[in-house]
Design a protein around this ligand. Structure first.
Ligand SMILES: Nc1nc2c(ncn2[C@@H]2O[C@H](COP(=O)(O)OP(=O)(O)O)[C@@H](O)[C@H]2O)c(=O)[nH]1
Ligand SMILES: [Mg+2]
Length: 473
């Protein structure tokens, strides 16, 4: 058996246990690799496979996924009778049984252990301890390698955590409850912290691993922040315009512009969401939002705006909802100077607001306006509520992404869960935070008299702080 890893050598841990306990899920969550096969059927993993976490092109840590023990009692019986050098017990076992199909999986899973890997033993805490488990624990103890037990409960219907802990005490250097289907970044860090404790020799290299994980998280948060701020800025400042033909129908044109405007803004958001997904390495599986998520509603739908905290009054006074859609801002400018259509349509609506939708105007056709030579323009955004909606949606998406472990493969979520504080995050912003948003809004929509250079930087700092809060720093 090899000695402990030298400084500069990548720490390696073999994830062992009974079939179907969640070993592959644990490896997947720890390595943020959603390509690892997780299966309902026991015995799907037949080879030991190492998964390396890389950061900036450098190997940081390795976890080896292994098949489950097949015949622990027989394997233990052999281990007990072994009389050679105890440090070489696993090597001797593999040497003896490498060609025996009966011991195939047990040989395969012990291979990484003979190469110097530490042991992470995974059990499902929702079931009671059985004889086979005791045999497995004893085999692992006899290997003499540093080892930690992990309780990964697959359901919370029954909880045998305490029984497992009692058994583990005699066999392991550390015990940790770690759920591969719910663990977030902080829990992964805590897991690495516990691994430090199983052998002093690993303290330094695991300290470096933890630092690398944290730096990587900061970097991802910075990139996430940039993507979010960019998308919000694009959305708020976005405008579409179209010249009005002499005999053109302003309502048709307005609807067309409205469609274009909304489609583009949704695109900015979708692209930003994709960026967040790839930053947090959720690429391979289509990312489904849980059923309860407010993000399942269209960005421009009444539900979204209501759920994210606009009061009925705000919606009403803005005159914003028409036909279930939140209307956007229509502005009209004739080549070079603003006049006419907007004022006329706005006046006809009686809302006195820049926010309105289609149906109402259809009923109130502006009479007697000469449309020739005018340009109908939609955007930039006029209502600061739109900024809050965009911020809320970005933060909600970000929280889903960072909290979804890679080992979790089913889409079920607990029904009662909500993905936001009541009415979104923005309704809880303090006055000074709202001021930052307001300055940013005025600046990017070209509405501030003196453009404030600091406004964008301050807004970015503010978003960065929000992301850090959410990622549990
Ligand atoms: N609900 C839930 N299911 C889990 C958890 N861990 C594993 N599973 C499921 O249990 C099954 C076996 O998991 P897998 O990781 O392939 O087990 P392995 O055979 O030990 O590698 C799969 O269907 C997983 O989705 C968990 O923490 N919660
Ligand atoms: Mg497996």
């Amino acid at each position: 058996m090899k000695n402990h890893p030298q400084p500069g050598i990548v720490p390696e841990f073999a994830v062992l246990g009974h079939p179907n306990e969640g070993k592959s899920s644990v490896v997947s969550t720890l390595t943020e690799d959603d390509t690892i096969r997780v299966s309902r059927l026991p015995g799907e993993t037949t080879r030991s496979t190492a998964y390396t976490v890389k950061m900036d092109g450098k190997d940081i840590i390795r976890f080896v996924d292994t098949p489950g023990f097949q015949v622990p009692k027989q394997t233990l019986a052999w281990f007990r009778k072994f009389e050679g050098n105890p440090e070489r017990i696993a090597d001797a076992f593999i040497e003896t049984f490498k060609d025996d199909p009966f011991y195939r999986d047990d040989c395969e899973l012990l291979k990484p252990v003979t190469k110097g890997a530490g042991i992470i033993y995974v059990v499902d805490g929702a079931r009671p301890v059985r004889d086979d488990d005791l045999a497995e624990m004893e085999i692992l103890r006899l290997t003499g390698r540093p080892r930690m037990a992990v309780i990964n409960s697959k359901t919370d219907e029954k909880d045998y955590t305490q029984d497992w802990k009692n058994e583990f005490r005699r066999h392991f250097n550390a015990v940790r409850v770690f759920n591969s289907n719910t663990a977030n970044f902080m829990e992964r860090i805590k897991m690495l912290e516990s691994l430090k404790a199983i052998d002093q020799e690993w303290e330094q290299s695991l300290f470096e691993v933890i630092t690398a994980f944290q730096k990587d998280r900061e970097k991802r948060n910075l990139l996430a922040c940039a993507a979010i701020c960019r998308a919000i800025e694009q959305s708020l400042s976005f405008a579409v315009s179209e010249p009005v033909a002499k005999d053109g129908d302003p309502d048709t044109l307005k609807e067309m512009l409205n469609g274009k405007y909304q489609a583009r803004i949704k695109e900015f958001e979708t692209r930003m969401f994709q960026k967040l997904r790839s930053l947090f390495k959720h690429h391979l599986f289509e990312y489904h939002l849980p059923e309860y998520s407010v993000l399942n509603h269209d960005l421009f739908s009444k539900q979204t705006w209501e759920l994210l905290g606009l009061t009925k009054e705000q919606l009403m006074t803005a005159g914003a909802i028409v036909g279930g859609t939140v209307g956007v801002m229509i502005d009209a400018a004739a080549a070079g100077h603003t006049f006419g259509i907007f004022t006329a349509i706005g006046g006809a609506l009686g809302a006195g607001s820049a926010l309105f939708g289609g149906r109402k105007t259809a009923k109130n056709k502006p009479g007697g306006i000469r449309l020739g030579g005018d340009t109908l323009r939609l955007g930039p955004a006029r209502n600061i509520q739109f900024l809050y909606i965009l911020v809320d949606r970005a933060l909600i998406y970000y929280s889903h992404i960072i909290n979804r472990p890679h080992g979790k493969r089913d889409m079920t979520e607990r029904k009662e869960k909500k993905d936001t504080p009541k009415n979104g995050f923005s309704t809880e912003f303090t006055f000074s935070r709202k001021m930052i948003c307001s300055k940013f809004f005025k600046t990017v929509t070209g509405r501030s008299l003196i453009p404030d250079k600091k406004a964008v930087a301050e807004f970015e700092e503010f978003i960065k702080a929000l992301l850090e809060d959410l990622s549990g720093k």
